[in-house]
Ligand binder design. Structure first.
Ligand code: NDP
Length: 279
């Protein structure tokens, strides 16, 4: 029997990248899956990808929603319960490094960018966790958060608000893990390094600049010692591992780093990201 047979999972940010890959793997492994994002075209691409892999429509719930809004969060929870009856797994994956439209960097980035960044990468996770908690208490379920290696102790002047949000998210993962394990709910997290997704596009980088960035990173061992940019499946497989109680039951409140060795060297800090992108 597929390992997630009979389980229902909500994966935020599954219209692209890591979330899309996790949604496909969960669905192929028997789960009922709620996929979601704001972009209707990309969300439909995820839905088609899953259907084409042989998964039946009855196992899929596709919801166009902004996860930073209360209405969007409520719709995700309600439509999942309406279609599947229960919730066993919440993957808080939606996230982005919001760029300042004026091109400002460092301390010059606006407070509006700060609010938007924190709202998506931290507050939406807190709100989704609160809303899904009663349903996970019923099923003794799992939460997997998607953090980032930028949460670590190194300075991140180019993405400071994003790094602040992910560092706070790591503390939230640890604290909720202890608060919720008393109810049988397990909380863990994954911290990716560089992964080739829509992440740089979402920051406003065109495809060509994004490709230059990934090529640069993969060509420099001080950036990625494994000399390869990660693929969405590299992270999605860890999400499934952390959501699988049979495999990871004794892991509580931890974040698994998957970064091709980047955090062991962190040499990329010496390079200018704009030069890497050819801008
Ligand atoms: P993508 O840009 O490919 O995917 C991000 C997903 O989040 C999309 O499905 C997007 O959907 C969704 N999203 C963004 N904002 C909202 C919103 N307001 N409401 C609903 N959905 C939203 O990036 P990744 O797959 O790389 O990102 C996934 C996670 O991985 C993020 O948390 C990111 O911080 C983290 N991460 C990524 C790294 C990388 O190098 N790629 C490195 C470290 C961490 P839509 O646009 O349709 O709204």
């Amino acid at each position: 029997m597929p390992r997630f047979s009979g389980k229902t999972v909500i994966i935020t940010g599954s219209s692209n990248g890591i979330g899309r890959s996790a949604a496909l793997l969960f669905a192929q492994d028997g789960a009922n899956v709620t996929i979601t994002g704001r972009n209707a075209e990309r969300l439909e691409e995820t839905r088609q990808l899953i259907l084409k892999s042989g998964v039946s429509e009855s196992h899929l719930n596709s919801v166009l929603a902004d996860v930073t809004t209360s209405g969007g969060q409520d719709l995700l929870v309600k439509s999942t319960l309406d279609k599947f009856g229960k919730i066993h797994i919440l993957v808080n994956n939606a996230g982005a490094a919001v760029a300042d439209a004026t091109g400002a960097t460092g301390t010059d980035q606006s407070i509006d960018v700060y609010h938007k960044t924190l709202q998506l990468n931290l507050q939406a996770v807190i709100e989704m966790t609160k809303k899904v908690k009663p349903h996970l208490m019923e099923t003794k379920g799992e939460i997997v958060n998607v953090s980032s290696i930028v949460a670590g102790p190194q300075a991140q002047p180019d993405f400071m608000y994003y790094a602040i949000a992910k560092a706070a998210l790591d503390q939230y993962t640890r604290s909720t893990a202890i608060d919720l394990i008393q109810h049988g709910i397990r909380v863990n997290s994954v911290s990716p390094g560089v992964v080739a997704t829509g992440f740089t596009n979402a920051m406003g980088m065109p495809d060509q600049a994004s490709q230059k960035f990934y090529n640069f990173m993969a060509a420099h061992k001080e950036c990625i010692p494994a000399l390869v940019a990660g693929q969405p499946e590299d992270i999605a497989n860890i999400i499934l591992f952390l959501a699988d109680r049979k495999l990871s039951s004794y892991i509580i409140g931890q974040s698994i780093v998957a970064d091709g060795g980047s955090t062991l060297v962190m040499g990329c800090q010496v390079h200018d990201i704009r030069q890497m992108m050819g801008l």
